[in-house]
Design a protein around this ligand. Structure first.
Ligand SMILES: Nc1nc2c(ncn2[C@@H]2O[C@H](COP(=O)(O)OP(=O)(O)OP(=O)(O)O)[C@@H](O)[C@H]2O)c(=O)[nH]1
Ligand SMILES: [Zn+2]
Length: 356
């Protein structure tokens, strides 16, 4: 094995670079760009990039819609950096926190010509790094990067499937069942771990009672009244304990995959009057940025091919089926309604297809 990092490892390295405010170099078919995350942009680096020809701020079409900028590239928009653009300007375009106080940041000059493949990749990397999806992107000559110590990624190398390994499992007696076992899975790129809580020893040749739970620091740990996650987590474990068998997958996809910082940005927007879906869109995200293939992969790794899935979300059922895990029954999980989360649950039913 070569000592050089492979594309998957380079990608994980790029997330860390972007989070630190360090640029990464992206390649595709003989072209190369430098990309910096808008959220972590340092003024000194911006002044270098702003002087480069064709430097743009790439944002998603969702964010562009709020800013009334036309996304000529379909799912993204490339906004030319104005001559006087500073880190505040970039931040204000990227972050909707002040949209209501300072509504119009345009007029924006949105690029129509040229190719947006690498700009799109820069935004994907920002999302994967749990940053706001906005990136300053400027063309560089191919070959630029290594001498400057920058991480260089080739778009063609990045279509590699995620591989996860079980690191360890150990017995953890729980209040719902003394026969609890926690399995820890780690992606090979060293990114966030995901957990499986196994209750009892469910037979591998029968559908297992399972819950795909996405991390919710505020609901699971703090007892937030804004969502139903904590009661759902405890309710699912209680039912598995009562049946004597089940698997709860705890996926570290906080905030429907946008990360805790962005979820708190969404909460701040909700306090301005936007609902949970609108808040995600204003930030530049889709309603739901989770990758449920991870859940299917974990179940498979544990030896299951069929499940009775505890959820009110038909998208989770469809995703499991698409990933080759049969869902023989959808087990509703309706617990934890509060006056504070009634609007949130109603929005999920109206806009995200959740069953009431
Ligand atoms: N972006 C965002 N995420 C939220 C908000 N409220 C809760 N969440 C996250 O939403 C996720 C809830 O996930 P789940 O309960 O597993 O999934 P679900 O789609 O509601 O489907 P169910 O299986 O029916 O519960 C967690 O990751 C929470 O952190 C919000 O207002 N904005
Ligand atoms: Zn929650």
């Amino acid at each position: 094995m070569s000592l050089t990092p492979d594309p998957r490892e380079l990608r994980a390295r790029a997330w860390a670079d972007l989070r630190m405010g360090v640029p990464v170099v992206l390649h595709s078919e003989g072209r190369a760009v430098l990309a910096l995350a808008g959220e972590t942009l340092k003024p000194a680096r911006l002044s270098v990039v702003a002087g480069m020809a064709e430097a743009v701020l790439a944002i998603t079409a969702r964010r562009a819609e709020t800013l009334r900028a036309v996304p000529y590239d379909g799912d993204i928009a490339r906004i030319a950096l104005p001559g006087n653009a500073d880190a505040h300007w970039v931040r204000a375009v990227a972050d909707p926190a002040d949209d209501l106080r300072m509504p119009m940041k345009g007029p924006f000059r949105v690029l129509r010509d040229g190719d947006a493949v690498l700009h799109r990749l820069a935004l994907t990397l920002c999302k994967e790094a749990r940053l706001l999806p906005a990136a300053v992107v400027a063309p560089v000559v191919p070959g630029f990067g290594p001498a400057e110590g920058l991480t260089v990624l080739d778009a063609a190398d990045l279509r590699v499937p995620m591989v996860m390994d079980e690191v360890v499992s150990a017995r953890v007696p729980l209040s719902v069942s003394e026969a609890g076992r926690l399995h820890v899975f780690r992606p090979e790129d060293g990114s966030e771990e995901h957990y499986a809580v196994e209750i009892g020893t469910p037979p591998r040749d029968q559908p297992v009672l399972a819950r795909l739970h996405s991390a919710c620091f505020t609901g699971d740990l703090l007892g937030s009244l804004k969502c139903d996650c904590g009661p759902q987590l405890r309710g699912a474990l209680a039912q598995m304990g009562a049946e004597g068998a089940g698997v709860l997958l705890y996926l570290n996809q906080e905030g429907r995959g946008i990360g805790l910082a962005n979820k708190m940005r969404a909460y701040a927007l909700q306090d301005q009057g936007f609902d949970t879906v609108e808040a995600n869109h204003r930030l530049g995200f889709e309603d739901d940025e989770r990758d449920f293939r991870i859940g299917a992969e974990l179940l498979r790794r544990l030896g299951f091919s069929a499940t009775r899935l505890m959820t009110n979300n038909p998208a989770k059922v469809a995703m499991m089926e698409n990933c080759g895990i049969a869902v023989t029954e959808r087990v509703p999980l309706k617990v934890g309604e509060t006056p504070q989360n009634a609007g949130y649950l109603a929005t999920k039913a109206a806009k995200s297809g959740h069953l009431l």
